[in-house]
Design a protein around this ligand. Structure first.
Ligand code: MRU
Length: 358
């Protein structure tokens, strides 16, 4: 997608160099800046601190993190350490473990002298595949949205968090069908849920604005009202992990939107690539839910009147807070899951992936 008119991915290797560049998502939407990752530690820090975030992008960054680690030492112990370090950065998005398992399976059989080049190639393959898969999600999602748009002559979509191109290598998951609809000439408006406490909705607003897609930011708590009033044609969200039974872990607050959508009779779609599907996980009950630092609630980040980054404490340091970063939406609230292979009811993922049927 484009930043100020220039085609840009959320992560890329600097041509012919052993350095990776990312967009620093902690600075958006106020400042657009890029950062260079040159080591395993840089990559792990970028994921942990959410300079990069979003399940597919976390996976791609981890893959590049392995390549960066092997520059220093490509032996068995260093490979194992890189996989363990990156694997411990964030617990919920299964794309992280999927990417690391793929890197390990590819690299472990090679002699150390061959591993470095192979790691860069495999990381690039993971990134490129993510782009193609998300584009396909856009086409399959558009097939679901088109009839809704034809009925009303326009399309009002609600989303949560940021599952756009910033959360992937490119195109996004939940926003890919939205971009496809907009590019196909459908009149689209997106209700963008702010997504406290990290405000990933502001990233969604930023990237929609970059592409010219009309959107309106709402407080998370306004979603139920808009759904009940009939002001939403469909809800589309991404996912951090989808269990084999179709239960969906995604940014905290997703579950409430699914409940309200069900009550209002509004379709609730989940868009995700294969790397987000965890066929080894039978149901949402066993998905680990990340608990993040309490200061994410206690301290607000934004910019001051001078346009410079600023923070504002809204709660005392000793105020007790809970900060679960994700929740699980049971499959019964999901109308369909959209992947690069098409769409299906949540309990029929094995039809799209027959090779995973047990
Ligand atoms: O904590 P984050 O910002 O990494 O959480 C991101 C989400 O929950 C996204 O909805 C999900 O990863 C899908 S991204 C295509």
């Amino acid at each position: 997608m484009k930043v100020n008119g220039t085609p840009t991915r959320a992560i890329w290797r600097i041509a012919a160099q052993t350095v990776v560049e990312i967009i620093d998502q902690t600075a958006l939407p106020h400042h657009y800046r890029t950062l260079q990752l040159a080591s395993l530690e840089d990559a792990a820090h970028a994921i942990r601190s959410m300079q990069v975030r979003g399940a597919p992008l976390i996976g791609a960054t981890a893959a590049y993190g392995v390549a960066l680690a092997l520059l220093r030492d490509a032996g068995d112990a260093a490979l194992a350490k890189a996989i363990a370090t990156l694997g411990a950065t964030r617990p919920t998005a299964v794309n992280l473990h999927w990417a690391l398992a793929r890197m390990q399976a590819h690299l472990r059989p090679l002699v150390p002298a061959e591993r470095c080049a192979a790691a860069w190639q495999e990381a690039a393959a993971i990134a490129d595949e993510d782009v193609l898969q998300n584009r396909a999600i856009g086409e399959h999602g558009l097939a679901l949205l088109r009839p809704l748009a034809e009925k009303r002559g326009r399309l009002d979509i609600m989303t949560h968090c940021n599952a756009g191109w910033l959360a992937t290598v490119d195109h996004g998951t939940a926003l890919s069908p939205v971009y496809a609809a907009f590019d196909a000439g459908i009149e689209v408006r997106v209700w963008v849920s702010e997504t406290r406490p990290r405000n990933q909705g502001l990233l969604t607003a930023w990237e929609l604005q970059q592409h010219g897609v009309p959107h309106t930011v709402i407080a998370d708590n306004a979603a139920g009202l808009l759904l009940a009033r009939g002001e939403v044609d469909a809800v589309i969200v991404g996912a951090d992990r989808i269990a084999a039974n179709g239960d969906v872990a995604n940014k905290v607050g997703t579950y409430l939107k699914a409940l309200a959508a069900k009550e209002a009779g509004v379709p609730f779609y989940v868009a995700a690539p294969r790397s987000t599907l965890d066929f080894a996980c039978p149901s949402g009950d066993t998905i680990p839910i990340e608990e993040r630092a309490g200061d994410e609630l206690r301290v607000l980040h934004g910019c001051g009147g001078d346009g410079k980054p600023a923070t504002l404490r809204q709660l005392a340091a000793d105020e007790a807070v809970a900060n679960p970063a994700f929740d699980v939406t049971p499959a019964r609230f999901v109308t369909a899951i959209v992947t690069e292979r098409g769409h299906c009811p949540p309990d029929a993922l094995h039809c799209l992936y027959p090779e995973e049927a047990r």
